[in-house]
Design a protein around this ligand. Structure first.
Ligand code: R2B
Ligand code: URA
Length: 260
């Protein structure tokens, strides 16, 4: 519990953090001193689970966001929402930018730098456009200029199917190319206008376009991929970086609602 907070606030905080925890439908577990996860060779008595796994994040990449978007788009339709704008915010690896820079996506491109999203549907390759709303991107850039707290650029975003070989990293479990080949590829990406790499923007752009939803992508870069692959920036710095897209989009929403 946070010290120094009034009792009501403490209780609310405790309740809201409990709400987000995984609920186990088994009252017996609470009575056990230790829980041994036999097949994982782990035990709560011998390992510190929150330290080991507390920061694990599930639900990354195209399949996860596509499933979510199918249902979100249907929800918006059933609710008869109109003139909807959707903005994806998140993290990415930058190319040729100082870490912490924010990229507003001009075009979401695939690993061959084409502004398209390819998907196998009924066994056939279907190619969909990943165009985003240019005016919205410019309005977001204007918001970043207004808050003037971090470097922001408009650039292409490469969307990949994998974090390691798919993003030309040298530190995956498998690597089939040299450092020189990696750097050549990233430089080609840069020359094609790519300023950051992430794993959701292409299907996001394609699905929003097909559904007539105005869309934008705003991602902070956690590292400069021309300088390395590992994300070893201190945790508190990463937390601050991750707030940048939220700050920018928060400003945009307030402006849109006439509150600034
Ligand atoms: C950016 O960061 C995640 C991978 O670390 C992925 O969800 C993405 O697009
Ligand atoms: N997310 C990615 O997809 N790649 C990075 O390098 C960093 C975050």
């Amino acid at each position: 519990m946070a010290p120094g907070l009034p009792d009501k606030k403490k209780a609310e905080d405790e309740q809201s953090s409990k709400k987000n925890l995984i609920h186990l439908c088994n009252p017996h577990l609470e009575q056990m001193k230790e829980d041994v996860l036999y097949h994982f060779a782990l035990g709560t008595g011998t390992q510190d689970f929150p330290t080991l796994f507390g920061e694990v994040k599930h639900g990354m990449g195209i399949p996860s966001i596509a499933i979510m978007l199918h249902e979100l788009i249907k929800l918006l339709h059933h609710a008869k929402c109109s003139s909807v704008t959707v903005i994806r915010i998140g993290t990415s690896g930058g190319i040729g930018l100082d870490p912490g820079s924010v990229v507003i996506t001009r075009q979401a491109v695939d690993a061959t730098f084409k502004p398209q999203f390819e998907q196998l549907i009924l066994g056939k390759n279907v190619i969909r456009s990943t165009d985003l709303d240019e005016q919205l991107a410019n309005e977001l850039m204007q918001c970043s200029n207004e808050i003037a707290q971090f470097n922001t650029v408009i650039g292409n975003t490469m969307c990949t199917l994998d974090f390691y070989e798919g993003q030309a990293r040298l530190d995956g479990a498998i690597c089939s190319y040299t450092e020189g080949e990696k750097l050549q590829y990233l430089k080609e990406a840069y020359d094609a206008g790519v300023r950051n790499i992430e794993m959701e923007s292409s299907v996001f752009a394609a699905m929003c376009k097909l559904s007539g939803i105005k869309a934008a992508v705003v991602c902070v870069t956690l590292l400069n991929r021309l300088e390395g692959d590992q994300i070893n920036t201190p945790h508190d710095v990463l937390v601050e970086y991750q707030q940048r897209p939220q700050k920018l989009v928060g400003h945009f929403i307030k402006k849109y609602l006439g509150k600034v």
